[in-house]
Ligand binder design. Structure first.
Ligand SMILES: [Cu+2]
Length: 585
């Protein structure tokens, strides 16, 4: 049976009349059953309080059919329970630590009191057997996530994370956004050995160690809402959504990977980005398909639909195509799947060269980091999610377009702003293969986080506007994530002393609030070039019950230490790529 076309002739555009037919046609019942993450149970009867219990514990999870993988989970689930709340609600979370080591929960992107931030410098560790109650107000509608901030590179990799979605459904329904065909999708990868287990024994081989510290831990399996399939083998079954042609799909995407950048696109459709880290953008942004730019002869064909007969098809590196999500970052996109009954379409992942390193010995026996790539072993594409069309799909359906204006975002006035300088860098590997990373305000020699003294801490006043000025001295990209305060991207400068004619400035073209952003690597020689990103921020304590002040690096039972500011490649953060902000009245 063919369905009637969605659009009414009286409508000038579908978006203009969408809300009048809010759910005239929907996806089939249980269309998202393969990807839906069970929700946290709200035990509080009050309509404006969400109160949940989370127990961090060791759990065997059947990721691969017939294989029990020992993981660390919240409430036995991977990912952890999805926490759904309304704008203005109070969230109360009772955390019990049943792990063999200390933990905390960091609420990524949330504006909250400093003592509730859950980083290792803002809160005392929750010891094994202990409990802690988090409580704060949800001041902005957005897609967030939660994860530990002690041994994060290990605890997140082992499975400790979940989504927190704060919605303003009435506003979005009146605006004409699709509120009833949404899936929250946590993008991750996981590194499993042949027995299907997560291995954390550090390699004793200095070259291997240096490579993993430099690049971060990328997995050999994708884990999309906990559904795993090998990165290199797309014949393995993908998580599937059953869709009806012409009905929009909304994906709230969260990158929860330790180190992998998720550059995603749909080959046949535009993705329309309506939201990011801090909720709705001011205007939707078109994220077009990523085209095939060149074909490279490789030695060996891979079981990948885009690797055919030994030819590798390389993705267009132009980042205006597709959607880039660095670790920690979120993207809220809508698109309209249109196709024949029984046909399939795919959300795809694309390789992005973020400055991958290769470790090698030089003539003197020292370990050097090289940026040479062995492209024959690279995976350029992989499918992530399958969309299968229902039997009654109409291939002539119309595309849904989101409204031209989603909300008004005031630009912060930075005319009198003070600069907060942060410099990203790292050392060369030592004889053991260990690399020291830093994110310091000291422009000279780099100071890793454990050596940042109070004199070197960033200092700011509550209620004032500042500019984060993040300089990247490295050739790699790093996700910058300051805790507790969202910011607005102003501009990115590329500077090269050797080739000043190559200097350029990218100015912000999207009005949005962010809390995690890709700081691109330098484009020229070491020491001669750098990238500088400027971000506007105001340290308000609105909605935090006056508990925004933080001072020091070590929290005590009376109060919080500083606000952590760091690279969200978790291996970099663990190797020192962080600093802290002292905030006072
Ligand atoms: Cu980094």
């Amino acid at each position: 049976v063919k369905i009637i076309k969605l659009i009414l002739p009286v409508c000038l555009s579908l978006s203009a009349c969408w809300h009048k037919n809010e759910t005239p046609i929907t996806h089939p019942e249980n269309w998202d059953v393969e990807l839906r993450v069970p929700a946290a149970i709200d035990v509080n009867p009050a309509s404006d309080i969400v109160e949940v219990y989370l127990e961090a514990k060791e759990t065997d999870v059947e990721l691969i059919p017939g294989v029990q993988t020992r993981m660390w989970t919240y409430n036995g689930q991977f990912p952890g329970p999805q926490i759904d709340a309304k704008l203005g609600d109070t969230l109360i979370v009772h955390l019990t630590n049943s792990l063999p080591e200390d933990t905390t929960i960091h609420w990524h992107g949330l504006e909250l009191p400093a003592t509730m931030d859950g980083s290792h410098i803002s809160q005392l560790a929750v010891k094994p057997g202990e409990s802690f109650t988090y409580q704060f107000k949800l001041n902005h509608a957005a897609t967030y996530w939660y994860h530990p901030h002690i041994q994060a590179y290990e605890q997140v990799e082992r499975g400790l994370y979940g989504a927190l979605v704060v919605r303003d459904t009435q506003y979005e329904r009146e605006l004409g956004l699709p509120v009833s065909s949404e899936v929250v999708v946590i993008l991750d990868d996981i590194l499993l050995d042949d027995a299907g287990q997560i291995v954390f024994n550090p390699s004793s081989d200095p070259l291997q160690k240096a490579t993993q510290q430099a690049n971060g831990r990328e997995g050999n399996w994708f884990a999309i809402n906990g559904k795993v399939f090998p990165v290199q083998d797309n014949a393995f079954s993908l998580p599937n959504l059953n869709v009806r042609s012409g009905v929009p799909v909304r994906l709230r995407l969260i990158n929860a990977a330790n180190a992998r950048f998720f550059r995603v696109a749909m080959p046949d459709y535009n993705l329309y980005q309506i939201g990011g880290d801090g909720g709705l953008l001011e205007t939707p942004q078109t994220r077009p398909p990523i085209d095939v730019l060149e074909a490279v002869q490789t030695q060996k064909a891979k079981p990948n639909p885009r690797h055919i007969d030994g030819i590798t098809y390389r993705a267009n590196p132009d980042l205006s195509k597709g959607l880039m999500l660095v670790p920690g970052e979120r993207g809220d996109v809508v698109f309209t799947p249109i196709g024949y009954p029984g046909d399939s379409k795919f959300l795809e992942w694309f390789y992005h060269d973020r400055g991958a390193h290769k470790a090698m010995y030089d003539d003197t026996g020292q370990i050097m980091l090289s940026h040479e790539h062995d492209t024959s072993s690279l995976i350029w594409f992989s499918r992530l999610i399958r969309f299968t069309f229902t039997d009654d799909s109409d291939w002539l359906a119309d595309e849904y377009l989101p409204p031209q204006k989603l909300r008004t975002i005031e630009i912060l006035d930075t005319s009198a702003a003070t600069t907060l300088p942060v410099v990203f860098g790292h050392s060369m590997p030592d004889a053991n293969g260990d690399i020291t990373f830093f994110a310091t305000m000291n422009n000279g020699s780099g100071v890793p986080f454990d050596q940042v003294t109070p004199e070197l801490a960033l200092k700011a006043k509550i209620g004032q506007t500042y500019i984060w000025e993040v300089s990247n001295l490295t050739q790699g990209d790093h996700p910058f994530h300051p805790h507790g305060f969202r910011f607005q991207w102003l501009e990115t400068r590329y500077e090269d002393i050797d080739f000043p004619d190559k200097n350029r400035v990218e100015t912000a073209n999207v009005r949005e609030w962010k809390d995690t952003i890709r700081v691109p690597g330098r484009s020229g020689e070491m020491g001669q070039s750098r990238t500088i990103m400027r971000l506007a921020v105001r340290f308000d304590d609105t909605g935090r019950e006056g508990q925004v002040a933080a001072s020091g690096k070590v929290p005590d039972s009376n109060g919080s230490g500083g606000w952590f500011v760091h690279c969200h490649i978790l291996e970099h953060s663990a190797r020192g790529m962080g600093t802290f902000l002292e905030l006072s009245y």
